[in-house]
Design a protein around this ligand. Structure first.
Ligand code: G6P
Length: 591
């Protein structure tokens, strides 16, 4: 997720901005840049990689400037693609967080009118649009430019002729920091906390003009007042947005991540180019860890919705025993795009002549260079080692892919797409009731073994739920298809082993209830995850985690978010170091 900073005041803008950008490093970035106004010119610096020491950099003296940390989305990480971006005459500089979905057509249009582009980014169109509209009033020009943008954006712009900054927010966060004789604007509070704890959170559609000692906010053409908040957090707390851990913050980012990922591929209809699927007879997923579980759900969706046979291989095993590949599409799923086993599996698949698609979160990562085709998830950087929001983003891409390849009747596909569109809202509703999950977590936190059970799509959901639990709480948690309990795991059940049972509103429901009764007969405590309309399950279990009712295929989202929270609160109750579990790494770059 990109980070934005703007400053006007009495200090040296370059030093303030670079140190503020460092405060946004936790968001993740691959390149960065700063523009400072001095006299009637602009001085820019752009770099790839980490910022390092603030003292290493010195731009011209000036008290107005903007800066940016970039997490690449359109165009690879490079100095040219790093922000700020400028207009043809180097008078206007722009930083942007978000995605401009119609940038291609705007770019073509601007080029045809003589504008010269230097980068591959979506952002650069904004600088040129403002240039087109500028008649001496920067705010007016910004308003006109924004009217032509589709997508999500937080934008800050400066002009060499103006002692002001203008910013606008739509679906990407922006906060104003109010100082004494100085003003800040940033994508997040940590950027300003070294200087002030008085902030205003801008709302969607807000446009703000700032001077060193004041600002005006408009929305819908009218001047508006916004509440000033006083932030009580330390810098460290504020990087986590007030959450105790990155993991919880990232779970709470899920609705936005779903929106962003849908936004990328779903306008009127599903906008994924599936030419890679022409003539294929089977799909093989390769992945590790949580991405492996996303693959298992992917297989379920592909087989159920498209009828194409699909298999899933651990990337580390695929390496030794690549299946015969003819007319096979290999789909590699990887958050980081750097997991060594997954990369090797991709290389081997290519060597055997398979077409390789990567579902990946990090732009420019190695997986994106190996793959023949890339489908990005829009989860933004994930800091907690345990994957949460990125897993849900992977599922969203898999839903879209399976629906796009689906042979279901159009009306059924449409119904599913409509439901997919409301998933952000559904997840918000789960998050609103998380204290209930916390209470249940307190009931199970003292056990040392757990069993997760499900049927159908419930099996991979159970596997991912158990993985979350073991990763961060260090409780030994196993996942089993409920029907397999009788072939061994029953021997492990009893008062000492709680069972987490996943109820899916499909043909597996009734038999799952029977399995739960069998488990209860062995005296295990049972926590069920079931939908709000299920009046039956509570008769048989000790606790129920309720989630909104959805089509059964979307329980992979609802139940998984609930299980992420269950693992989180269990680990928290046990006092575990949640964001960096012992012995684990976010990205495993060795085989
Ligand atoms: C590590 C991480 C897991 C992740 C797995 C695969 O083990 O701790 O959270 O699921 O790698 O990572 P990838 O980046 O390929 O999805």
């Amino acid at each position: 997720m990109c980070g934005i900073v703007g400053y006007l005041g009495f200090r040296r803008a370059d030093q303030v901005i670079i140190s503020a950008l460092k405060r946004l490093e936790y968001r993740g970035y691959d390149s960065w840049g700063v523009a400072v106004k001095h006299g009637n010119g602009l001085e820019l610096i752009k770099r790839v990689g980490a910022i390092g020491d603030v003292e290493n950099y010195s731009l011209a003296e000036g008290n107005i400037g903007i800066g940016h940390t970039r997490w690449a989305t359109h165009g690879k990480p490079s100095e040219i693609n790093a922000h700020p971006h400028t207009d043809c005459n180097n008078k206007i500089a722009v930083v942007h967080n978000g995605i401009i979905s119609n940038f291609q057509s705007l770019r073509e249009d601007l080029k045809s009118r003589g504008h010269e582009f230097t980068s591959e980014t979506d952002t650069e169109v904004i600088a040129h649009l403002i240039e087109e509209e500028y008649r001496g009033d920067l705010k007016e020009a910004m308003m006109k430019a924004v009217e032509r943008l589709k997508g999500s954006y937080a934008i800050v712009v400066m002009h060499v002729d103006k002692e002001e900054l203008v910013a606008v927010r739509y679906k990407s966060p922006l906060v104003i920091g109010i100082g004494d004789g100085e003003c800040f604007i940033a994508s997040d509070v940590p950027a300003v906390l070294d200087y002030t704890n008085r902030v205003i959170y801008l709302e969607d559609g807000d446009i703000v003009k700032m001077w060193n000692n004041g600002f005006i906010i408009w929305n819908n053409g009218k001047e508006v007042e916004r509440k000033i908040d006083t932030i009580p957090w330390s810098i460290e707390d504020s990087e986590k947005g007030g959450y105790e851990h990155f993991m919880l913050k990232e779970i709470h980012e899920t609705p936005r991540v779903i929106e962003d990922t849908l936004f990328e591929y779903l306008s009127e209809d599903i906008d994924i180019d599936v030419s890679f699927s022409a003539g294929i007879s089977e799909i093989v997923f390769v992945a590790c860890g949580t991405s492996y579980h996303a693959s298992l759900i992917g297989r379920y969706l592909i087989e159920k919705l498209t009828g194409i046979p699909a298999r899933v291989e651990f990337a580390s095993e695929f390496i030794y025993n690549p299946p015969p590949i003819s007319r096979t599409l290999v789909i590699a799923i990887t958050q980081s795009g750097e997991t060594a086993d997954t990369l090797e599996a991709m290389r081997i698949a290519k060597k055997h002549g398979a077409r390789v698609v990567a579902i990946v979160n990090v732009l420019g990562s190695t997986a994106t260079r190996i793959a023949d085709y890339i489908l990005y998830t829009r989860a933004g950087p994930e800091i907690s080692v345990a994957a949460t929001k990125s897993f849900i983003a992977q599922l969203i891409v898999l839903y879209l892919l399976a629906l796009k390849l689906s042979k279901l009747p159009g009306s059924e596909i449409e119904k599913l797409i409509e439901e997919l569109r409301i998933m952000p809202e559904i997840v918000r509703r789960i998050l609103e009731h998380e204290e209930k999950i916390e209470q249940i977590a307190e009931e199970i936190a003292n056990f040392e073994d757990m069993m997760y059970i499900g049927r159908g799509i419930g099996v991979p959901i159970a596997m991912e739920g158990a993985l979350k639990m073991k990763e961060i709480s260090y409780i030994h948690a196993e996942a089993y298809p409920a029907g397999e309990l009788k072939h061994g795991p029953f021997a492990l059940l009893g008062k000492h082993t709680p069972v987490i049972a996943l109820l899916i509103p499909d043909e597996t429901y009734e038999i799952m209830l029977n399995n739960i009764k069998e488990v209860k007969a062995r005296e295990s405590l049972v926590v069920a995850v079931a939908d709000e309309d299920d009046a039956e399950v509570e008769k048989y279990v000790d606790f129920v985690i309720r989630v909104p009712k959805t089509n059964s295929v979307f329980t992979a989202v609802t139940h998984s978010v609930a299980l992420q929270l269950l693992a989180y609160y269990t680990a928290r109750k046990r006092g575990c170091e949640i964001d960096k579990p012992r012995n684990l790494a976010k990205s495993v770059t060795v085989e």
